[in-house]
Every structure is written in C-alpha cells, then in structure tokens.
Design a protein around this ligand. Structure first.
Ligand code: PEP
Length: 254
C-alpha cells in the first residue's frame, strides 16, 4: 500500500517569524486534533530549512524538504545549493520538476533526471512533479506529456532507487488558479501514472508508490480528492500557508 502523505510547498513565502509561527500552530493543532500517525512534509525556502528542521526534529509526523537543489555535487556554482548540503541540515525530501521550475527556470526532463540522481545519491527522497499545461489538455496531449515526463525524468532509475521516490500529479492549469481537476480528471491521470509505473517496475512497485495530487487543493475539496483510489494525498501550495486550512487538509486523509 502506498503511504498517504500531505506536503506543504511554501514557495517563496513567509519571513522567519511567520515560518516559525506557522510550524508552531500546525504542531499545536495536530497535537490537539489528530491522533493518527499522519505523514507530513513541509517544504520551506532554503533559508528557513535548518531552523524548521530543528523545530520538528522530535515530531515523527513531520519531515522537512527542500523546494529545489543543484544537479551538481559541489564546486564553483555561485548561488546553488547541493543535495549533500541539504541533507546535512536534516532535509529528507526535495521537490523536483515543479511546474514553476520547469516554466520560469527552463528546467527540462534531462536536468530533472540529474537532480533526482543527486538527491538519491545524498540519501534523500525526490518528490517528482508531473503535469500538463492547459493547452496540452485541450488538445488531448496530456497523457503524452505526462508519459514523457515520467520516461525522461525518472524512469532511468533502478527499481530500488525508484522505490524511494514520491510522485505528484499537478495539472499546471490548476496550480494557484483556484481551478481544481475534477475528481474524474484526477483519478484518470493518477491511474494512468500508476499503470505506467506497473509496466516499468511491476505491479507491486506501482501499488507502493505514493502519487499525490496538487493544484488548488484546499480544505473544501481535499476529502473528495483523497478518497479517490489512486490519489495518495496532496501537494498543497497556497492552502499550506494557513495553519487551519493545512491541518484540515491533513485531517481529510482517509
Ligand atoms: C503547488 O505549487 O505545488 C500547488 C499545488 O499550489 P496550489 O495549491 O496553490 O495550487
């Protein structure tokens, strides 16, 4: 069975004290309201990562991840942060292939495959995002786009390395827009992704891979999305910046 996960992508938001307060509010609400051993991953910006890790280090429910990392191991790459550096600060996961990185920073599947290798080499787990643009869906190319993102970005991994990865389906047209994929659209693509994994790595690997949904997921729609057979939780952007909505989304996990 795939592990159920809720991940919060804070993007380039929250000053130091705001980030610390958000974590304190989330852990407080979880202590009061959630007795299950839920799995939560918080993705703060690099600069808060070490401190946030220290705040949640003793909380088995919460892990910390980075929103990006370099594909290079070390050296003269001004402004970059390596996977090994992240790991040395307690980071356990790294987002790769988020549409904002693909779109605004020109990151393609070839580069993303290198990043995934670096993350795994440093002993962390990649959370690899795939998803189509609106035009690609309208022209019926969404399955081809996602298939290529899988084949070129992550299917080069060995079965054991792939087993360390989490996937997220994030239709680009749903990210930050308030437009959510319908349950039927989400389930259809999640089932497609799981089927591609089964073809490449076998049925057991496919069933054990967590595939999260992302794209305007909030505390109003999370329960329905998380109840779909191939949706194993969510990657949450905007709604992860408010403790009440984020904890409500966590509580929507089946
Ligand atoms: C995201 O950025 O990964 C995301 C899902 O954003 P939002 O929830 O704001 O659409």
């Amino acid at each position: 069975m795939a592990r159920k996960i809720v991940a919060g992508n804070w993007k380039m938001n929250l000053l130091r004290d705001e980030a610390f307060s958000l974590v304190a509010e989330i852990t407080g609400m979880l202590n009061d309201e959630e007795s299950r051993p839920v799995k939560i991953i918080l993705f703060p910006s690099f600069i808060h990562l070490g401190a946030i890790h220290q705040l949640v280090a003793s909380d088995a429910r919460i892990a910390v991840g980075a929103q990006n990392c370099s594909d290079k191991a070390s050296g003269a790459y001004t402004g970059e942060v390596s996977a090994a550096m992240l790991s040395s600060y307690g980071c356990k996961y790294v987002l790769v292939g988020h549409s904002e990185r693909r779109q605004y920073y020109g990151e393609d599947n070839v580069l993303l495959a290198e990043k995934i290798n670096s993350i795994l080499h440093a002993g962390m787990r990649p959370l690899y995002c795939v998803g189509e643009q609106l035009e690609e869906r309208k022209s019926g190319k969404h399955f081809d786009v996602v298939r290529s993102q899988l084949e070129e970005g992550i299917f080069h991994l060995s079965p054991s390395a792939f087993g360390k990865c989490i996937l997220a389906y994030e239709p680009v047209w749903a990210i930050g827009t308030g437009l959510t994929a319908s349950p039927a659209e989400a389930q259809e693509m999640h089932a497609f992704i799981r089927q591609r994994i089964a073809e490449k790595y076998g049925q057991e690997a496919a069933e054990n891979t967590s595939i999260l949904y992302g794209g305007s997921c909030n505390d109003q729609n999370a329960r329905e999305l998380f109840s779909l057979p191939d949706v194993d939780g969510g990657l949450i952007g905007g709604a992860s910046l408010k403790s009440r909505s984020f904890v409500n989304i966590v509580k929507a996990l089946p």
